[in-house]
Design a protein around this ligand. Structure first.
Ligand code: PMP
Length: 361
């Protein structure tokens, strides 16, 4: 086993047990003599894999029966377009809450398709960023939906309360927070997430959509993005990303064996607390997000002396702490600590940070 802890924001590390299981059946899946990736998506063996993955996800997230689960192509950005094309409807108006990089990008993409009301909810007081309480968001009463991003992967900003949008459908980009903590799915009209953080490898995108929202797509919507077409065809209108779907199934299995979302959420909380607590009591490092909006999954931090950043990253890598470089738009460091990151990885990072601080005071 490698000694490396990978803090990449995505594609991110996967649980070792999942990788070992995939490796053990890589060449010969369930006695077929073929790899899963060589099986027809319509074969009975793959259909079993696909159905079990969906059933396990439904159990993990307690997804109500009136929601479809779609296994799609196209990533988070594919859904930026798909959501607008499927849900804008005739009046083509939607509210987009902007709380960071990805929600802004989603709003910009949706603007190609309709009249997008951008609601900026970020406060910046003396360099500390926070999100305005959702009860004060100036939502429109004629929007087809409200879109927001509960966890901003680049900025490390998380919104913990689910906004109450009344009868207006709530859409969430959960790419970097899905399966990390409990969500009441019934409060959402649609949830989507690129797989490459908490689900599996990139190339697969999950959509969980309430069934009354199907059948409203714009006439020009490509069929492979049309939720109704996908739902009617069990996500097999075209060839789905079969290997990603299989690996996602292994991750769901692993999560169930850990005790489900409640159990993993406790560990996630502990990991994040360990890191933020150390950063807060140190004069050497800082995080500029207000405590109530600090992401549990993506922890950005800066060195008070930025000239040491390259040295920090290089020495961290030598210690097996890799992919800690912050997003190019933010700089500094970012530790992404998704479900697959064991607490030992965070402990090792904090130990390294302490030593680095002592050596460079
Ligand atoms: N939304 C969020 C919250 C993300 O973190 C990302 C990717 N990091 C995206 C959307 C875009 O995803 P993709 O690269 O799969 O299009």
């Amino acid at each position: 086993m490698s000694n490396v802890y990978n803090f990449c924001a995505g594609p991110a590390m996967l649980p070792v047990a999942v990788m070992e299981k995939a490796q053990s059946e890589f060449l010969n899946f369930a006695g077929t003599g073929s790899s899963v990736m060589e099986l027809s998506h319509r074969s009975s063996e793959f259909i079993q894999v696909a159905e079990k993955a969906e059933a396990d996800l439904r159990e993990l997230m307690a997804i109500p029966d009136n929601y479809k689960v779609l296994f799609c192509h196209g990533g988070g950005r594919g859904q930026f377009s798909a959501v607008a094309l499927n849900l804008l409807g005739a009046n083509k108006k939607a509210d987009y809450i902007v709380s960071g990089t990805w929600s802004k990008a989603a709003a910009e993409e949706a603007s190609h398709y309709g009249d997008i009301n951008i609601i900026n909810v970020l406060n910046n007081e003396q360099g500390i960023q926070s999100v305005q309480a959702s009860t004060s968001w100036p939502l429109s009463d004629d929007a087809a939906y409200v879109h927001y991003c509960p966890n901003e992967t680049v900025d490390g900003i998380e919104i913990f309360d689910v906004p109450d949008t009344g009868n207006i459908p709530l859409v969430a980009d959960m790419s970097s927070t899905i399966l990390s903590r409990e969500f009441d799915v019934s409060k959402f009209a649609l949830i989507y997430a690129g797989a490459q953080k908490n689900i599996g490898p990139s190339g697969l995108t999950l959509v969980i959509v309430r069934d009354d929202l199907l059948g409203k797509a714009h006439i020009d919507t490509p069929s492979i993005m049309n939720y109704q077409v996908l739902a009617e065809n069990g996500s097999m209108y075209n060839t789905p990303p079969t290997y990603g779907w299989y690996l996602a199934g292994l991750v769901f299995d692993w999560l169930l064996a850990q005790g489900g979302i409640k159990a993993i959420a406790k560990i996630n909380d502990k990991k994040a607390r360990l890191l933020y607590q150390y950063i807060d009591q140190s004069h050497f490092y800082k995080n500029t997000i207000s405590p109530e909006n600090r992401s549990l999954m993506n922890v950005p931090f800066l060195l008070t002396d930025d000239t040491l950043t390259a040295k920090f990253l290089q020495q961290a890598k030598q210690q097996g702490l890799v992919a800690l470089k912050g997003h190019r738009s933010v700089g500094g460091m970012r530790a992404s600590i998704y479900n697959a990151m064991p607490i030992e990885g965070v402990e090792k990072l904090v130990d390294f940070m302490k030593t680095f601080a002592e050596d460079n005071q």
